[in-house]
Design a protein around this ligand. Structure first.
Ligand code: HEC
Length: 144
């Protein structure tokens, strides 16, 4: 790849991320949004594999599972400061019900760790419980 092409691609990628969070000024809010976007991307890769929209690859599925456990464990730190931003969808309950909030992050980490990545069928069987942990937290702690 030529240097200018890789630079163009790098800029295009950065612009895409910036657009998704246009106007977010608080760096901690930006960081926690990016954490959620990483979680969404890895979850989407696994979802595509189990639906047969992407070739099944046990190694890739296991790598994404490990990544998701790590990202779930990073949620409490990412929200530790009550950072605010007009673009944020975080609800104040996060900081008034902190133990509940961190318990939801632990549930996501546990469900991610329990995903069975050995076959497409096993992945499908364990994906529902995992995906439910996103909704469980968003319902109480993120604006609808
Ligand atoms: C422990 C709570 C919790 C869990 C678990 C959780 N989220 Fe979130 N998520 C949030 C909160 C709070 C926000 C809003 C953050 C903000 O706007 O400041 C959010 C925002 C998001 C966003 C929007 C990010 C942006 O760019 O603004 C996406 C996408 C997302 N979550 C995906 C997921 C997926 C997929 C899962 C499950 C695999 C998940 N989340 C699990 C709490 C959680």
């Amino acid at each position: 790849m030529t240097r200018s092409l890789s630079l163009t691609l790098a800029l295009a990628f950065t612009a895409g991320v910036a657009l998704a969070h246009e106007g977010v000024k608080d760096p901690d809010v930006m960081a926690r949004m990016e954490l959620m976007e990483d979680i969404k991307a890895a979850t989407a890769r696994i979802d595509k594999m189990r639906r047969g929209q992407a070739p099944f690859d046990a190694g890739k599925a296991a790598a994404d599972r490990a990544l998701l456990v790590e990202k779930a464990e990073a949620i409490p730190d990412a929200f530790a400061r009550k950072a605010e931003d007009p673009k944020s969808e975080a609800l104040p309950a996060i900081w008034t019900d902190w133990d509940d909030f961190t318990a939801r992050a632990e549930e996501m980490a546990a469900a991610a760790a329990s995903m069975r990545t050995g076959s497409r069928q096993a992945l499908t069987g364990s994906f529902g419980d995992y995906a439910a942990t996103c909704r469980a937290c968003h319902e109480d702690f993120r604006m609808p």
